[in-house]
Design a protein around this ligand. Structure first.
Ligand SMILES: *Cc1c(COP(=O)(O)O)cnc(C)c1O
Length: 382
């Protein structure tokens, strides 16, 4: 038995998952206040949050931030509902579960849509997108996922955005698991709307989604959204009018987010945060390969967000036991979500650094020894 589990400063296990994630003690402490939604200090926090989010994409003067209560999925759905007019048609680029979820949203809402699909271990191909747009002039919008968290594959958002622009259509981006860690500059990547949430690479607590919209595009969306609470145009105009959220704001999550954004800036913004995650990813992948594990993706397709490993061939490797024993040692990993191969995932994001990644590797080595697992190479070539 392990002498003592490795725990975070608040005695919680480290979360090596796609979210919710480990947050800093100071982010958690920031929530120890009750503020009224009309309090002018709270209104100032909201203004600062929105300005900082726009600053992350260098969108000052051209783009605006519209926050929305809920998990990330809520704001993806709000983006589609707000930006796609009743006469519009959405082309969804699918190479994992989050692309498939946007198709589901279109089906539920009855939006006209089409899909282009790739295998889950392949990035989307901008040339195929451009050809599909040229062939179907009724497509008005394209939706792409920046890092498809299902596998961890990085999609070429800039090249997709350029193809969409050349064809005179509009782009919607689900940047949930990449935002803040991977560079995306609104001056270089043309899009109408991009969504992400408080609890992934920005290291806040769950509860807030946000949309970064090109203001001129958002201004055209009045009356598009068929439901009140997901209407980002309405949320934006009312927030501009009085600085307040339309409905009860997640005040504690917003205070935590304000602190998380200050810590993000202190770490050096995107280069600093992305650099730490890239280092986490390198330590993890090198350590796992040294143990004999194989990654699903070649390094050139791997985003430094979450890594998918193929299940080992050794019959003594039983994932649930492996997971439980790691949890006992203070590390939470994640099951796979792929349809193409039997896998599990380990995240690189959240308030984790080299000591935690090395701690996780030591725990993995221990557990493999306990289980008597000797062959970590995958069961079959994927
Ligand atoms: C996490 C995530 C979402 C949203 O998930 P929620 O569980 O609703 O917060 C959407 N898209 C991607 C790519 C994600 O990684």
């Amino acid at each position: 038995m392990p002498a003592k589990p490795s725990l975070s400063p608040t005695n919680d296990p480290w979360l090596l998952t796609p979210g919710p994630l480990t947050t800093s003690p100071t982010v958690k402490q920031a929530m120890l206040h009750d503020l009224g939604s009309r309090d002018h200090g709270f209104i100032a926090v909201n203004r600062r949050m929105r300005e900082r989010l726009v600053g992350i994409i260098n969108g000052q003067g051209s783009h605006v931030a519209v926050p929305l209560q809920g998990s990330g999925t809520f704001v993806v759905e709000a983006m589609i509902a707000t930006f796609l007019p009743a006469s519009g048609k959405l082309l969804v680029l699918v190479n994992g579960a989050y692309g498939r979820r946007m198709i589901k949203m279109c089906e539920v809402a009855g939006h006209d849509h089409a899909a282009l699909e790739w295998a889950e271990d392949q990035p989307v191909d901008p040339a195929r997108v451009e050809a599909a747009l040229a062939a179907d002039p009724t497509i008005s919008h394209v939706a792409v996922v920046h890092c498809e968290t299902t596998s961890g594959v990085l999609n070429p958002v800039k090249a997709v955005a350029e193809a969409v622009q050349r064809q005179g259509r509009r782009l919607l981006v689900d940047a949930m698991s990449a935002f803040g860690a991977l560079a995306l500059d609104a001056r270089e990547v043309p899009f109408d709307a991009l969504v992400a949430s408080s609890n992934k690479c920005l290291e806040g607590v769950p509860g807030i989604g946000f949309c970064l919209a090109r203001q001129a595009a958002l201004e055209e969306t009045k009356g598009n959204c068929p439901v009140l609470s997901f209407d980002l145009y309405d949320q934006w105009t009312s927030m501009e009018a009085n600085g307040q959220w339309r409905f009860t704001p997640p005040t504690h999550a917003i205070l935590a987010f304000d602190q998380a954004l200050a810590e993000y800036e202190a770490e050096g913004g995107q280069p600093g945060r992305g650099g730490r995650y890239a280092d986490n990813c390198r330590v993890l992948v090198e350590g796992m390969r040294a143990l004999g594990f194989e990654t699903l993706l070649p390094d050139r397709l791997q985003a430094p967000i979450i890594v998918t490993f193929l299940m080992p061939v050794d019959p003594k490797f039983h994932f649930q036991t492996f997971y439980d024993r790691l949890r006992e040692r203070g590390f939470v990993i994640y099951p796979g979500k792929l349809t193409v191969a039997d896998t599990f995932r380990i995240g690189c994001i959240g308030r984790l650094g080299r000591p935690e990644m090395e701690g996780a590797l030591a725990a993995i080595r221990d557990v493999l020894g306990e289980l008597g697992v000797t062959r970590c190479a995958p069961r079959a070539a994927a």
